[in-house]
Ligand binder design. Structure first.
Ligand SMILES: O=C(O)CCC(=O)C(=O)O
Ligand SMILES: [Fe+2]
Length: 380
């Protein structure tokens, strides 16, 4: 097993209460700055918040397991995610990869639950952006089965979990703003409608025996593209790893806490000062692993202004950002015509330059990213 790092756990309570003193918030901001500039990965907790309780973790884990325990025919009824950025529904094994390696996981992706009337009105006047839309829940008969004999509803549990995690993300934005010596509400300006385009992904990783992690992997080495990733992983077995000091090192889950990863967007905003960590998910060859990951995005229309002046954008762009890298598999890279990243005669690299230059917004860009990691070969 790889060595373990001294990754801090930060109590973010002061960022979640409107009555907190500036001193208390500043104290958390200092810890965040330290964690973001050392690893880009850390744990957060807040003992008084319902999210960080064993009973909540068990409830969310139980709902997740129930879903993946559905039989193949029921899973086949759940709409599968499609290329194109708006990812809702079932992710079949092999249906996505950030590299040419097969990722041995299945997933379920959901996000903001629009009130029916609001959704209808927005669909009628065509005012939804391309990352907004309805969730793709299992069929009603499957939902009934998922709820049978359980006091907590499957859908209700997951909806509440999503809202709680988004609240935590909003709290973190305050702390990160302070960490950057910016007004507390500065970063929230880039995330005014984040809750409606961000989403949660439930993952079920399957064990594989290749401990070189080359033939198969849980999640290929990558950085996350958005603002923040918030991960609940009750599995105690090895899984998430961080590339640090030139080697892969375990980031084991801790009770009553979430793992936070800085995203590429946040890192680029800060000229690379806050790290978007290079990470992957591996199997120990024996156990299954479950995780629930919220990918918190900036607004669809967000650009990437440089908020921290002490470093230049050229330096930032030289970092290892998956956001700026072509993640299609090798075969697709040779088939430029079939690649949306290549539209208008642009290759993935020059589209990334457009993003950095502010000529394309985050939402339009991220759609091409999702198409890069979509894999046609997914099977149940
Ligand atoms: O499952 C995890 O713990 C992390 C997954 C991940 O890194 C990702 O999907 O971007
Ligand atoms: Fe990730």
């Amino acid at each position: 097993m790889a060595a373990s790092l001294a990754i801090p756990t930060i109590d973010i309570t002061a960022l979640l209460n409107s009555s907190s003193s500036t001193t208390d918030k500043q104290r958390v901001a200092v810890e965040l700055l330290n964690a973001f500039t050392t690893y880009g990965v850390f744990y957060i907790t807040s003992p008084s918040h319902p999210l960080f309780t064993t009973s909540n973790t068990n409830q969310v884990l139980d709902a997740t397991k129930r879903l993946f325990d559905l039989d193949a025919a029921q899973k086949a009824q759940i709409p599968k995610i499609q290329p194109g950025g708006f990812t809702r529904g079932y992710v079949p094994i092999g249906g996505e990869s950030g590299s040419a390696t097969k990722e041995l996981k299945e997933g379920f992706s959901y996000g903001y639950e629009w009130p029916a009337e609001a959704l209808k009105a927005k669909q009628a006047d065509d005012s939804l952006n391309a990352l907004q839309g309805p969730n793709a829940w299992p069929a009603q008969a499957s939902l009934d089965q998922l709820d049978q004999g359980h006091k907590d509803s499957f859908k209700g549990t997951l909806q509440e979990f999503y809202l709680h995690v988004c609240d935590i993300a909003k709290g973190l934005l305050k702390g990160i703003s302070l960490a950057l010596a910016l007004p507390e509400d500065e970063l929230a300006k880039y995330c005014t409608t984040s809750e409606t385009i961000s989403f949660m992904r439930l993952f079920h990783y399957l064990p594989y025996s290749d401990q070189g992690h080359t033939a198969q992997i849980g999640s290929s080495a990558h950085t996350d593209w958005g603002f923040l990733t918030l991960i609940l992983s009750p599995s105690k077995t090895v899984g998430l790893q961080l590339f640090h000091d030139n080697k892969w090192q375990d980031v084991p889950s801790r009770d009553n806490s979430l793992v936070i990863n800085g995203g590429d967007y946040l890192s680029l905003l800060t000229g690379g000062k806050l790290i978007s960590p290079f990470h992957r998910v591996v199997s120990n060859g024996q156990e299954e692993r479950y995780s629930m990951c919220c990918f918190y995005y900036p607004d669809y229309n967000a650009k990437i202004p440089l908020l921290v002046q002490e470093e230049i954008r050229g330096q930032a762009a030289s970092g290892n950002y998956s956001l700026l890298r072509d993640q299609r598999d090798e075969e697709a890279k040779h088939d430029e015509a079939a690649s949306p990243a290549a539209k208008d005669g642009q290759d993935a690299r020059s589209v990334a330059t457009k993003l950095l230059n502010g000529d394309i917004n985050f939402g339009d860009y991220i759609i091409s990213k999702w198409t890069q990691v979509y894999r046609k070969g997914g099977a149940y």
